[in-house]
Design a protein around this ligand. Sequence first.
Ligand code: NDP
Length: 676
Amino acid sequence: MSELLSSYLAGSWFTASDEGRPVLDAVTGQEVCRVSATGADLAAAIEHARTVGVPAIQALTFHERAAILKAVAKHLTAAKDDFYALSTHTGATRRDSAADIDGGIGTVFSFASKATRELPNDTIVLDGKPETLGKAGTFVGQHIYTSRPGVAVQINAFNFPVWGMLEKFAPAFLAGRPSLVKPASQTAYLTHAVAASMLDSGLLPEGSLQLLCGSPEGLLDLLGTQDHLAFTGSAATAATLRQHPSVVYGGLELGVEADSLNCSILGPDVRPEDPEFDLFVKGVVTEMTVKAGQKCTAIRRVLVPADRVDDVISALSQRLSKITVGNPADETVRMGALVSLDQRDEVRKSVQALRASADLVFGDPDHVSVVDASAVDGAFMGPVLLRAHDGAMEPHEVEPFGPVSTVITYSSVPEAISLAAKGGGSLAGSLVTHDPAVAREVILGLAPWHGRLLVLDRDDAAESTGHGSPLPSLVHGGPGRAGGGEELGGIRAVLHHMQRTAIQASPDALTAITGSWFTGAERTVSSQHPFRKSLATLRIGDAIVSDRRTVTADDIAHFAEFTGDTFYAHTDPEAAAANPLFGGIVAHGYLVVSLAAGLFVEPNPGPVLANFGVDNLRFLTPVKVDDSIAVTLTVKAITPRSSADYGEVRWDAVVTNQRDEPVATYDVLTLVAKQD
Ligand code: NDP
């Protein structure tokens, strides 16, 4: 008998008390492992996540969490070959496995790097700018994101056993939430191998990752308001989960990513001799055959102008005829097996349903010639292309989760949009066109129905990542039938796991709560210039109030001549007088900012290493000849970099005139040494 997969729960490996159910190799039909969770103490696992995992992760800053993720990704990269070997049991070719294994590890790397660059080295995130709530500036609003004391449970699909876990784990971990992963039983052995490698690495704080191989029965009963359940799989299971009392009454957040009938549209401008025609055909064939079409983003509906349908079908058929099917261990094989014989039966049933209103134009759902004769027991199926009858509804409703697509014709752009919308909401869509007007009309029509859209043409083709690849930095998920959930999308995915709260308070209270200085809060002006302080002694609120400087007509003329910025408002008194906003010569905004730098700078070598930019620069009041300006510079935020001996300091800069009116406001961004 094969190995019974263990689960990692509440700090130790657990093996079920029964024999479990067998999981068969997709290619050979041999037993790979057995799966059962009988006897697992799920209540202890959830308690462990909340009481051990939550405090352990939340004691770390975002940058420390990111450093752990990066180390985990490196660790997994080193063990990749083992995962590839296991992945062939799922029916995957090397290319399919790359999308799952390298795609998953790459997603962890990407989140680690994004978090280091885009999140503070802190445990909370400020959302947007402060809102002034009182005229005197003593009552201010600020939205903040904080980590929740709950667990992120994943119930995953069989088709991406590695990527499915890692793309959910990375953002949850960054957000301070421990994960409990329940992989689909059919491919759980691969998820198990990767999770075991992560746990064995010793890199993760205890409690941050748990694994449940087997039935999750009773799990949802244990979850509540501070927890999150991310589900990927069938719409039917999603519907069951949506009705669970913990979701309906208990405040459990549920994110669903379910089957969707994604489309690719050939633009009306594209003729068979255009490069876009080939790109379209290649894209459809790739999506039909990668992972044997078992991808939530695969192209199920191929929308083409009615007068080009024969050309498209002929080009697709020609390409599909070159797809070799068989044992993925054979390097000549282009398409492996479906994940199981049951899954193949399901796909055949779907093809049967589609044939009620569509003709088979390529392939045979019931027979396929297989490259490696020793693998004839596998769940193989060749690519199948159908052509829908006019007005057919089945192609918009039936999802064959395999190498199957249906060609549908349209006669106008509005009709193409309305056909795409009949899918009821999709994860991904693509449009192949080189006409900007078509791109705008179609994309604006499609966007409300999609989570992600690719516009493919000769200009972006070489770098395009294709129709079906979710990317860590872009949103993955779609409305309606696609489940309504949203994953990935860079830091958005982290923030989805956190609670956004509006805080109303005085500037001093907000400064204390957030660790960032707010306008109106106390400043510390001392005899020591803050540029003389390293991060060891620099504090939020440390400030310098500069002397005044008069801006003369000569200053403005000199700046105009020196920089070449001779815009009339700075050089032509008559024209400037006619300007309704200025009524006379005014200083260049950049002159004001440059003079301000001259007013606040401390010129000697010291802990300030560089100025790497300004944010939010606004010129509020024109500076006229002989106005005098001064600047107040205050430490607003300090972000030490974990991997360097310096950090970022954000300074609030306010330039005022002799009437104390603000003439310019901005944030100055500097790099400052950690030690003197
Ligand atoms: P399921 O919805 O049956 O399974 C998905 C996950 O949910 C698995 O981990 C499964 O566990 C678990 N599960 C099943 N029933 C329950 C339940 N009552 N409570 C909690 N968890 C449950 O989908 P399949 O994997 O069987 O695939 C069926 C169809 O779903 C495919 O043919 C395809 O149409 C669609 N699908 C969509 C995907 C997408 O990414 N959008 C991906 C994969 C499939 P277990 O494996 O142990 O049963």
